[in-house]
Design a protein around this ligand. Structure first.
Ligand code: NAD
Length: 306
């Protein structure tokens, strides 16, 4: 198995480290900066004798080295600085992701593409169009991370292990995120029975601001530990063909009454990518919230070079 990560920055390099330590695939890290992916790959490689992993890891500036990848994760582009929204990144990152997706698809025509670069919903749409791949093989990181943020705040509030919280955050990876308390449970009990509505609303608000809060603390970069963990979870689900239910940024073709737009929806992931696009029944009200979220993404898509 071969996994390529485009972009050797914070998210890309942390993901490379996590993948190398899992020891199930060769890892290629590609960046435009000469020496950066090579240096990071060499550093990770030198931890192999200590941690006992044996798969290859290389850094490169050439797409030829990515040939035949099974999964390509696109993390290339600029990240937010304090005061910036994800949408502020669209002009620069759209150009970067268009070029990257074209090269990635040319060298690995059968791969699954996972987009990460922001704004991820619109850029997943772009990668889908540029690659020409079917929609089950191009999807983005959003809901797994946003749900993990919501789950970690619920766990903190109720003083329970985060592993005992289950929840779904759907919609745009941005201000119009759709948080669904109805589907949240703690040790199998509905969250709505455990916390008052105003407490749930304030945890939801913290979730929406989750990424921006980290940007304002770090000042020169955005989040990467939880994002790389979320990507690893998606990759492992694909590799193990688990068909586990999780929210990802996917292109809709009529599901939830929406078409030709990317937002986070619950899907099942397996060895071919998305194997079930509509595994959850949503209420009329929830579908309405998803539709509002989709409208916000459509406005971004309208500004893309496709
Ligand atoms: P970073 O600045 O640390 O790294 C980005 C890397 O991309 C840099 O090393 C840069 O040289 C490289 N790059 C730029 N243009 C390139 C090109 N054409 N080809 C190859 N490499 C190129 O940023 P980061 O913190 O790693 O974040 C990366 C992206 O992921 C950002 O857009 C960020 O907003 C996004 N992000 C998304 C999520 C999500 O949930 N979807 C979470 C975290 C970060």
């Amino acid at each position: 198995m071969k996994i390529t990560i485009i972009g050797a920055g914070n998210v890309g390099a942390s993901l490379a480290q996590r993948l190398a330590e899992q020891d199930f695939a060769d890892v290629v890290i590609l960046d435009i900066i000469e020496g950066l992916p090579q240096g990071k790959a060499l550093d990770i490689l030198q931890s192999a004798p200590i941690l006992g992993f044996s798969h290859r890891i290389i850094g490169t500036n050439r797409y030829e080295d990515t040939t035949g990848s099974d999964i390509i994760v696109i993390t290339s582009g600029i990240a937010r600085k304090p005061g910036m929204t994800r949408e502020d990144l669209i002009k620069i990152n759209a150009n970067i992701v268009a070029g990257v997706a074209e090269n990635a698809a040319r060298h690995s025509p059968n791969c699954i593409i996972i987009t990460v670069s922001n704004p991820v919903d619109a850029l997943t749409y772009l990668a889908l169009k540029v690659s020409g791949f079917p929609r089950h093989r191009v999807f983005g990181l959003s809901g797994v991370l946003d749900s993990a943020r919501f789950a970690s705040f619920i766990a903190q509030e109720l003083n329970v292990p985060a592993s005992e919280v289950s929840c779904y955050v759907l919609g745009e990876h941005g201000q119009n995120m759709v948080i669904l308390p109805r589907l949240a449970t703690v040790r199998g009990k509905p969250l709505t029975d455990l916390l008052p509505t105003d407490s749930i609303a304030s945890l939801a608000q913290r979730t929406i601001a989750g990424g921006a809060d980290i940007v304002s603390l770090l000042k020169t970069s955005s989040a990467f530990y939880a994002p790389s963990a979320a990507i690893l979870k998606m990759v492992l689900t694909i590799v193990h063909n688990n068909k586990e239910l999780m929210p990802v940024a996917a292109c809709l073709a009529g599901e939830y009454g929406l078409k030709d737009v990317v937002i986070s929806v619950p899907v099942k992931l397996g060895k071919d990518g998305i194997c079930d696009f509509e595994p959850l029944e949503l209420t009329v009200e929830e579908k309405k919230m998803l539709a509002n979220s989709a409208e916000a993404v459509r406005a971004q898509i309208a500004s893309l070079p496709v």
